[in-house]
Every structure is written in structure tokens, then in C-alpha cells.
Design a binder for this molecule. Structure first.
Ligand SMILES: NC(=O)c1ccc[n+]([C@@H]2O[C@H](COP(=O)([O-])OP(=O)(O)OC[C@H]3O[C@@H](n4cnc5c(N)ncnc54)[C@H](O)[C@@H]3O)[C@@H](O)[C@H]2O)c1
Length: 273
């Protein structure tokens, strides 16, 4: 049985994940922690009533909560600075993790990897858990080498509450394209156009431009624009709502409980792509 700890259960993603987890016969929700709504019933934030007797706990007490409720998996969709603290505490306690928060630092990922090995607590870290997005990523790795002489720009749109930019998904897409083409992401990534453009060299990609739109309640759109002489391709993924990410998180929770290697897994591995 999966004994699940939910971090950020009263957020937009947290509510959806809590609903799916409470409905799932393979998952036993043992605790939920947040910085707000402490003491409220978890099921008040879902469309399931009287599902269980879980109350929202204060995330500052996460160590005690782990000791008392003994989760074997934690799911975290909060904000990077909270994830970077709380998921390390979980890993130290041998709790496997599914991390959806975006904007995580390389330093955190290195520390997490170390604790995973020491405590037999593998993790899935993915900036986008939607099945379609991960197939989109796969297609980028196939098509980009054929278009390496063209200009490549990434345009992403999200709701006006999103904290980080560009999106984690846009950065992942840029890294996949750079690696498929054989160039260093850090050398080619160009965020915005306020500092002008690099002179493009014919036949060599020296820049991938990233552009972020923050407006209304857009769930998440990503366009990869490949532009050549006299023609262009726009390869696009659109999330209609956030259920696709929550379903992906539940798949990842069921995957990580059975994972054999002490490492950070990607959504590609969860989905067998
Ligand atoms: N990986 C994916 O597929 C995917 C999909 C959608 C969103 N996201 C990411 O998930 C995260 C959450 O997104 P959201 O739209 O649900 O955000 P949200 O603002 O609606 O919810 C954030 C939750 O985190 C909690 N929180 C805030 N500060 C905290 C802290 N210091 N300690 C503990 N909890 C804290 C909030 O109380 C809330 O419950 C973001 O990083 C977002 O980019 C990832």
C-alpha cells in the first residue's frame, strides 16, 4: 500500500492531487501539510466528502509528522524554496518523492541525489507530468536535428499567478533541443529580447530564444517555432486544464513506490517512453 504525504494540498494542483489520491484504492493518504489552512479537513479542499479524517498540518512540523504517520511516498507541488527544504527532510527519512514544483536549483538536485543514495529513497522530479507533454518532448528530440540550421524559438503562456519564468517545461524543451542538436544549452539559451539578438550564423544554431506570456487563467501552452527561409513549423502543446498534470502525478506516485534504483527518475521513465 502507498502511504502518501501530500505537501501543498490546498493549492491548485494540491487540491486535484488530493482528490485523485483520496479516490484511489491503491493510495492511503496519511497526512497533508501546508503553510495555510492548518487544522482544516483535507476533504474540504476536494470534491469528496467524509473521505477520511486527515487534517491539514503545519509544514514546519514535517519531521514530527513523518515520524507519526510513516509515509512511504511524498508528493510536492508547492514552490521551489519550500520543496528544496521539505523534500530533503523527506529523503533523509527514507520517504520516496514525486516532485512537481518548478524552478528547482541544480544544487538542490545534487543534494537530493546524494540523500536518495544514502537513504534508499528514489524520486521522480518532473517539471511537467502530463502524458502529452512528455510525448511532445520525445518528438522534439526526433525532429530538432533535422531543423538545426533553422531559427528555434520557444514561446510559453501561463496564468497570471505563475511565479517562475520561463516555465520549467520551456526550459526542459530547450535542453532537449540543445542536446538533440549537440550544443550546450547554457550557451544558446537567450531569455527575452530586451538585450538585443545575437547575429545568427548560417548553418549553426547559436541561440534559442525563450518568451513568456502571463495572462488570465491559461493552464499552459508551449510552442516550439522552427523558422527557415520562406517557411516555418510551429509545434504546439496545450493543456486544457490541470487534470493532465495531476493524473501524471498519480502515475508517478505508483511508479516510485516500486522503483528499484536509487536515483532521480524522469517522467519519460515513468511513462516508458
Ligand atoms: N510538474 C507539473 O506537471 C506541474 C504542473 C502544474 C504546476 N506545477 C508546479 O507546481 C507548483 C504549484 O503550482 P500551483 O499552481 O498548484 O500553485 P498554488 O500557488 O496554487 O499552490 C501552492 C501550494 O503551495 C503552498 N505553499 C506555498 N508556500 C509554501 C511553503 N513555504 N511551504 C509549504 N507550502 C507552501 C501553498 O499554500 C499552496 O498550497 C508550482 O511550482 C508549479 O509551477 C507543476
Amino acid at each position: 500500500m502507498i502511504n502518501l504525504l501530500i505537501l501543498g494540498p490546498t493549492g491548485t494542483m494540491g487540491k486535484l492531487i488530493s482528490t485523485l489520491a483520496l479516490e484511489d484504492p491503491e493510495i492511503n493518504v496519511v497526512a497533508a501539510c501546508d503553510i495555510s489552512n492548518i487544522g482544516d479537513r483535507l476533504d474540504n479542499f476536494t470534491n469528496i466528502k467524509d473521505a477520511n479524517n486527515i487534517f491539514i498540518s503545519d509544514i514546519d512540523n514535517i519531521q514530527n509528522i513523518i515520524e507519526d504517520t510513516k509515509p512511504n511516498v511524498v508528493v510536492d507541488f508547492t514552490i521551489a524554496k519550500a520543496t528544496e527544504k521539505n523534500c530533503l527532510i523527506c529523503a533523509k527519512n527514507g520517504v520516496r518523492s514525486v516532485i512537481g514544483s518548478t524552478g528547482l536549483s541544480e544544487e538542490f538536485l545534487e543534494n537530493l541525489e546524494k540523500l536518495i543514495k544514502e537513504n534508499n529513497a528514489p524520486s521522480v522530479v518532473s517539471s511537467n507530468m502530463a502524458i502529452g507533454v512528455n510525448i511532445f518532448f520525445k518528438m522534439l528530440s526526433i525532429m530538432s536535428p533535422y531543423l538545426k540550421d533553422w531559427d528555434i524559438e520557444i514561446i510559453e503562456s501561463h496564468h497570471n499567478r505563475k511565479q517562475d519564468s520561463p516555465s520549467g517545461t520551456a526550459i526542459t524543451a530547450g535542453k532537449i533541443i540543445s542536446s538533440a542538436i549537440g550544443c550546450d544549452f547554457n550557451n544558446v539559451a537567450k531569455f527575452g529580447r530586451d538585450k538585443g539578438i545575437n547575429k545568427r550564423k548560417v548553418g549553426a544554431l547559436n541561440e534559442i530564444g525563450f518568451h513568456s506570456i502571463r495572462a488570465g487563467d491559461i493552464s499552459g501552452d508551449h510552442i516550439i517555432l522552427y523558422a527557415g527561409a520562406g517557411e516555418r513549423i510551429e509545434f504546439k502543446h496545450q493543456a486544457h486544464n490541470r487534470l493532465c498534470f495531476a493524473n501524471g502525478a498519480i502515475k508517478a506516485i505508483k511508479f516510485i513506490i516500486k522503483a528499484k534504483k536509487n536515483k532521480i527518475y524522469t517522467s519519460n521513465e515513468v511513462l516508458g517512453l
